[in-house]
Design a protein around this ligand. Sequence first.
Ligand SMILES: Cc1cc2nc3c(=O)[nH]c(=O)nc-3n(C[C@H](O)[C@H](O)[C@H](O)COP(=O)(O)OP(=O)(O)OC[C@H]3O[C@@H](n4cnc5c(N)ncnc54)[C@H](O)[C@@H]3O)c2cc1C
Length: 352
Amino acid sequence: MNVDFLIVGQGIAGTLLSWFLHRAGKSFVVIDNGAEPTASKVAAGIINPVTGRRYHTTWKADELLPHAEKTYAEIGAHFNKQYLVRKNIIDFFPTPGAREVFVERVQEGHTYMDAYPDQNHFNRHIRYDFGCGEIRPAFVTNLPALLADWRQWLSDKNALLEEDFVADDLQLEQEGVRYGALRAQKILFCEGPAGTANPWFRLLPYALNKGEALLIECPDLPNTHIYKKGFLLAPLPVQGTFWAGSNYAWEGLNEGPTEAFRLRTVQLLEATLQHPFRVLHHHAAVRPATVERRPFVGLHPVHPQIGILNGTGSKGTSLAPYFAQQFVNHLLHDAPLTPEADVRRFTRLLSK
Ligand SMILES: Cc1cc2nc3c(=O)[nH]c(=O)nc-3n(C[C@H](O)[C@H](O)[C@H](O)COP(=O)(O)OP(=O)(O)OC[C@H]3O[C@@H](n4cnc5c(N)ncnc54)[C@H](O)[C@@H]3O)c2cc1C
């Protein structure tokens, strides 16, 4: 069987890359082993344009946010579903100092931050002492539904191989690649953290880290906002359920969910929520983060029949739509890649 592209991985990166290739009329097969849990299946899917204690705007937010909104709306129209909902973030200040910094940013005219006029509005639901502010727009993406719907679509089109990709079985040819009975012009790797073992890209400076989350039921908490108070509490599609997380661990990546995280998060929830809640689930996954906090996008400098879309770290929901589209424009029309994301910035490393 001949196709234009082979894609390895159907997390959010492989899903959106294949979506844009489909939109461009290209043929492809996606190889994904259906592993659980993965970053894309465990993530809250939050898109937050502000980061850090000093409330900086996240990298390229002005371009990423509109692009993400447009992309998820288009896929939603394709499946007659809504995958992205706007849920602004209510940031409950942990200290008077944090409140001061927030107010300063609002006074400077920050694009994504606003004062919340009714400071007591959330008192019935959340315990807080130093006031709150609003970060907007922010969004929650329904990644489990999106991934499952796209997987079904791929399967219906005979464009899905549900198995482990074995790098030793890939043959590089003059004009493309061969993998078993499949021939393609190019192979594009969207393997998430497994990319650290990829023979062609393993030298890239990854900085994998693990994150955990609790899924809770709290029927009396309004699902109108994402709540931020040391951790994030994001409303999920099932009424009365929320995602609570997360943490960043650089050791014990394969240990899965830890009792320490569960205990600490339950304590934080008890101290924060005015309502009873119940833990439904606890899960963990590894984020494909990078040392420079920038993704890896583009073609291998020595083997141009091999490409990569990886390294989205903690921001896959907003980075993947933008860079999947950019990568497809690069593949099909030789359009330029953002230099900070272009994998050719590591040409020397990848030429070894
Ligand atoms: C706890 C937690 C919370 C997060 N919250 C957010 C958030 O709120 N917002 C946000 O934007 N991001 C969030 N992230 C980050 C986000 O999850 C990642 O940026 C994103 O999911 C990475 O997607 P990916 O497709 O690159 O990798 P993955 O999701 O890891 O997907 C890779 C896929 O490739 C498959 N695969 C790998 N190797 C092979 C092989 N050899 N053969 C076959 N299949 C293979 C895997 O099974 C998997 O399906 C969070 C992450 C975690 C862990």
